[in-house]
Design a protein around this ligand. Structure first.
Ligand code: 8Y7
Length: 297
């Protein structure tokens, strides 16, 4: 593949989104707004089954997002497809029905940069038309048509590493060198995005904690996170209440906030610029403490 000649700026700290530039000179928190009935942590809290179908309560979702913004979130990540280990794939129409009304309401009523967690080119086009700022794709634009769909918008894109698919990804993942393999994957996906016409300043990369990795892989990636910043793209880290925190603390998801914040501190120390979290206030506090460390006296 021919890739445009591009020398990334290692200090790149501004992200271009379809809703304007986001300053990342100080790291920011992305709050999770989960629209799936089966999330491992906050499942179904924003909707209920009606007529045998899961339906979102849009007002409840708006209140939750408003609360996260008040706590200091700079982005709201809206997701209608469950990517937890073993999850089934959600049909396109179901994903659109869950996501679009909430995205439209958020954009109309709140001053938020809206990120949409999707791998589907149709959903990307629909939310771009609605005015959303960013795509968060756990499949890194690998679905047929996804790179082209993203390139046809002005949205920022988060390219995440996942080994396999959610249905199978935790079946004994193996790597020779997890850091090198994940880095190589992300470099290739960023190159493919740029080759399709996506401005490098729209790209975010993410090693994908918990996606086809065992506990040791996850902690190796966390320890070596700094290496991922060398591509010059902002690095996003999603650690919130994940099983790696459970493995380290012996705690169930409801009790994993302190462990998650400890891991957030390590990710910030490794250069992460966007922290995806269910717990915005605590994450913003961690960012505040970390940022003081970097102040010149
Ligand atoms: C991540 C994510 C999830 C992550 C990015 C969970 C959608 C599982 N985790 N997206 N999504 N990075 N970019 O635990 O780590 O929230 S879902």
């Amino acid at each position: 593949m021919i890739v445009p000649d591009y020398s990334p700026d290692p200090g790149a700290a501004t992200l271009r989104t379809a809703q304007g530039s986001l300053d990342l000179s100080r790291p920011v928190c992305m709050g999770v707004l989960n629209l799936t009935p089966d999330s491992f942590y906050d499942g179904a809290s924003l909707g209920a089954a009606r007529d045998g179908k899961f339906r979102i309560d849009v007002d409840k979702a708006l209140r939750r997002a408003d609360g996260m913004l008040a706590e200091g979130a700079r982005l709201i990540d809206v997701g209608g497809e469950s990517t937890r280990p073993g999850a089934r794939e959600v049909p396109l129409q179901e994903e659109l029905d869950r996501v679009l009304p909430v995205v439209e309401a958020l954009l109309a009523r709140l001053d938020a940069i809206v990120s949409v967690d999707t791998s589907s080119p149709e959903v990307m086009q629909a939310v771009a038309a609605a005015g959303a700022g960013m795509i968060n794709d756990v499949r890194a634009l690998r679905r047929p048509g996804a790179v082209e769909a993203a390139a046809g918008t002005d949205m920022a894109v988060c390219l995440m590493h996942m080994r396999g698919e959610p249905g199978t990804m935790q079946e004994e993942p193996e790597y020779e060198d997890v850091v090198a393999e994940v880095a190589e994957f992300l470099r290739r996906r960023a190159d493919a995005a740029i080759a399709a016409g996506i401005d490098p300043q729209r790209i975010v990369i993410d090693p994908g904690f918990g996606f086809g990795k065992n506990t040791q892989h996850n902690f190796t990636l966390l320890r070596e996170l700094r290496q991922f910043t060398e591509f010059g793209y902002p690095v996003l880290a999603g650690l919130s209440r994940k099983s790696m925190i459970g493995a380290a603390t012996g705690r169930v998801p409801e009790q994993r906030l302190p462990g998650s914040i400890a891991a957030v501190m390590l990710a910030l120390h490794g250069g992460a610029r966007i922290i995806r979290s269910h717990d915005v206030a605590a994450t913003v506090d961690a960012i505040g403490v970390h940022s003081m460390l970097l102040e010149e006296s």
